[in-house]
Design a protein around this ligand. Sequence first.
Ligand code: AMP
Length: 248
Amino acid sequence: MKVLVPVKRVLDYNVKVRVKSDQSGVDLANVKMSMNPFDEISVEQAVRMQEAGEATETIVVSIGPDKAQETIRTALAMGIDRGIHVKTDAEVEPLAVAKILKAIVEGESPDLVILGKQAIDDDSNQTGQMLGALLDWPQATFANTMVKDGDSLTVGREVDGGIQTVKVSLPAIVTTDLRLNEPRYASLPNIMKAKRKTIEAKTPEDYDVDITPRLTTVKVAEPAGRTAGVKVADAAELVAKLKDEGVI
Ligand code: AMP
């Protein structure tokens, strides 16, 4: 089984997001960037499938600027076999990402594509679903567990209040949720080994995909700051205040 893992380079999840003063977007100048956390989970899952003898080849793909190669190298150091870098300095919306991934799927014929459930920069939660629709493949989103069984996958999905178990036939799309696994850290020998793995260089034009944005960002604003709290003398005053303000 061949597994394709799309990964996105995003603002590191530890970084405090700053909005540009003109409210046109998030300020990315001089901030730490990392692999989207859900994509680390996808990479880990693909590597585990390979270690279990279920996957015979694993491929990582990232669409983004030159620096996206660092993200690909991280995936290679975690154990993925080879990479594809689709270079563009433009911001690529989920539909265009899905169209590029569709073209890659048609060229590589993987049996499984594992994406993150969402990229933490745009929070779109769209790419996996769009890719499923474009390919007309079954999809299991928000995977919490994944078990391969013959030509199908049994996936536990995180839904409100519990886990829904679905069975999808391969080829299929899976998007990963937070609790599927705990991604490994790449060891130094594996980081060195990853330097010798191949990364194919491509562009959106190679796949004949028009990446012109379809959306216009009207405004990006920071959440309203919290207002200062008040101190109360005792529980009775607290209850009176809450009643007063209609909270209870
Ligand atoms: P989104 O729909 O933007 O929330 O992204 C969901 C998932 O799609 C991510 O977790 C990645 O697996 C994949 N993805 C999104 N953008 C890219 C990109 N530029 N390159 C590779 N994969 C991407």
